[in-house]
Write a protein that binds this ligand. Structure first.
Ligand code: B16
Ligand code: MG
Length: 220
């Protein structure tokens, strides 16, 4: 039986992809690196250090590991400054309604994000109160597609993976959910999250009603 829901942050609760893009772009411009929205798309759901390694490889840049970490910290400072502008207006459409329904129906709710800034983003949105547990980039060392972050979140909820539905917008996030034995809801296009148990184009369509209809025999 399904008792809990675990949500990714960027691309599911809110769209911080734009702020990540602007922060990486600022760093790339300073470094004289090539960086555009196409490369940014490859950073979806990917950890900060993995992200800078992707950008570095794309630019064939040779940078020692310690300097690379400093540059990632610099990007994070730009990103953190931009988070100040996030407000309760910035939920993805449908998300706040879904979180409200889940609370009303007594489901357990957790976050399972790769971001080390997840708590700050939830605070800016005013969303902290919806979550019984937070799993973020500080919680585990192995990032998606490893299932560790979702297993961590489920344990915090006191639930088994098969009792939880995971909402994810990234290819590696769906891989992680499936590897851990979770029920996976994909948010986004077929080519990205078509391997989820059920896929929706947007959060607006991924209502509790739709998910309950799909997994009908798993809800009491
Ligand atoms: P930070 P998610 C991910 O969020 C973003 O999609 C990804 O672009 C970012 O690099 C990653 O968080 C780490 O974020 O630099 O804040 O630790 O989709 O896993 O919620
Ligand atoms: Mg995401």
């Amino acid at each position: 039986m399904i008792k809990g829901f675990i949500f990714d942050l960027d691309g599911v609760i809110t769209d911080t992809a734009e702020q990540h893009f602007q922060a990486w772009k600022q760093l790339a411009d300073e470094m004289g690196w090539d960086f555009d929205r196409e490369i940014n798309e490859r950073l979806r759901g990917v950890s900060r250090m993995d992200s800078i390694n992707i950008i570095k490889a794309h630019n064939k840049a040779e940078i020692p590991e310690d300097q690379l970490a400093e540059l990632a910290t610099k990007k994070n400072e730009y990103y953190l400054a931009s988070l100040e502008e996030i407000t309760s207006e910035d939920y993805l459409p449908g998300t706040r309604e879904l979180l409200t329904h889940l609370k009303q129906e007594g489901f357990r709710v957790a976050l399972g994000s790769a971001s080390k800034n997840a708590a700050k983003v939830l605070q800016q949105l005013g969303a902290t109160g919806y979550f019984d547990a937070i799993g973020d980039g500080n919680s585990v060392s192995k990032s998606k597609p490893a299932p560790d972050i979702f297993i961590y979140a489920a344990e915090k909820l006191g639930l088994k993976p098969e009792e939880c539905v995971v909402y994810e917008d990234a290819e590696a996030g769906i891989d992680a959910a499936k590897a851990g034995g979770f029920h996976a809801v994909g948010i986004g296009p077929e080519e990205r999250v078509g391997h989820a148990d059920i896929r929706f184009d947007s959060m607006k369509k991924a209502t509790l009603f739709e998910v309950k209809s799909h997994f009908a025999d798993l809800f009491s």
